[in-house]
Write a protein that binds this ligand. Sequence first.
Ligand SMILES: Nc1ncnc2c1ncn2[C@@H]1O[C@H](COP(=O)(O)OP(=O)(O)OP(=O)(O)O)[C@@H](O)[C@H]1O
Ligand SMILES: [Mg+2]
Length: 452
Amino acid sequence: MKKTSPHLDDSFILNKLLESAYDGIVVVNQQGIITYISKAYTDFLGIDKESVIGKHVEDVIENTRLPAVLKSGKTEKARLQLINGDYMVASRIPLIKDGVVIGAIGKVLFRNIEDLNLLYKQINQLQKQVDHYKKAGGVNQAKYSFRHIIGKSEKLSDARTMAEKACMTDSSVILTGESGTGKELFAHAIHQESARSLKPFIKLNCAAIPAELLESELFGYEEGAFTGAKKGGKPGKFETADSGTLFLDEIGDMPQGMQAKLLRVLQEKEIEKIGSQHPVKVDVRIIAATNRNLVEMVEKGIFRADLYYRLNVISIRIPPLRERPADIDFLVPHLLDKICSRLGKYVEIPPGTMRVLKSYSWPGNVRQLENVIERAVNLAEREAVIVPEDLPETVTEIHDSQVKPLRETLEMAEKNAILTALNLSGGKKAKAARLLKISRSNLYERMNKSNL
Ligand SMILES: Nc1ncnc2c1ncn2[C@@H]1O[C@H](COP(=O)(O)OP(=O)(O)OP(=O)(O)O)[C@@H](O)[C@H]1O
Ligand SMILES: [Mg+2]
């Protein structure tokens, strides 16, 4: 006798399979709304299945990349995802029908098969370490982004806008500006916001390296390239920066011989290590900085014009602080905060001290301002307030000399007005007197007094 077995339909089997799986499985529709989530997943998250169906996946699962997969339509296999403080291995698959992404499946492995457990723990630990170093500003990582660049003046905003544009391209950038204006800060920020942000950011200070070592620093050397060469050779900055950004600081100090070699690398996009016959392809974005006047150096023949033009695709001038005193209002609290939290102190800067700080010309720019504040925070030992006496004499003195006796200021203003009128009237005194609304004899008298 034949027994009739109950019909096993596909969706019944599928459901059983999904519910019994150790993995967390989540399915979202085109809009990122959860349409299915497995029991293992809700158990792990400690949430109720019914309450999450119909919610947007971003509201339920932290660091989910399903919306990104919906956008890209690309599968992501075995990536690490941080959930509940632990790294999980996650895979994401777009659901594509007739060429259109109609949803996506996310799969998270959090019950680890025993054999994988050790490996999983190690990866977890290593990833946490990597995160730690990244946060602490690891070796080959940019440390600053645009939010670290403080100031709202028009001139600084113009520089920032240019820099933001530079993030969107791979073109070379030259940052110019006096010492301490923030060139390095800008270089970090441009890399940080560019498509290369996850790749290395390598800095080389051309002024700090002796000319004869610059070549091996930039291009590296092979084992045995010269006496004293390290075993196994040494990679150069270009190689370390491959697929990332190389920040050439103080480019104006690069010796002419190296300028020629650098130009060749930028043109050929390949380097040749010292002692090697084989060029190696490199993909490096260059950001250069200098406080020297490169245009003048090119005119004088000290800096190669061809290299200058190759580097100067995007040129950003960071204005000196004296051209944007309004930024001091924002920089001082920011720097004070930074210094105080480093020194574990609480100190205030009252309006009187602010006025003094704002009237100084800051030849050393933001770096000098930072140093002056740090010194004052240290001096303001007992009182939690920085008074003008806590500032160096150079700062307060110049402040005094900027306020001239009123008589002197008035005389200067008068002399300037007369000169402008004479200029406008082409030297004709009658016309100048009319412009100044004084008589001709009065003009002669005043010109005499002003030694004009
Ligand atoms: N706009 C800004 N906002 C906040 N901090 C700034 C700003 N500009 C500069 N700084 C700070 O001032 C100091 C000097 O800046 P940075 O080193 O970038 O200057 P630089 O132009 O590279 O100077 P140099 O030519 O001497 O190398 C740094 O501590 C930096 O963080
Ligand atoms: Mg610098």
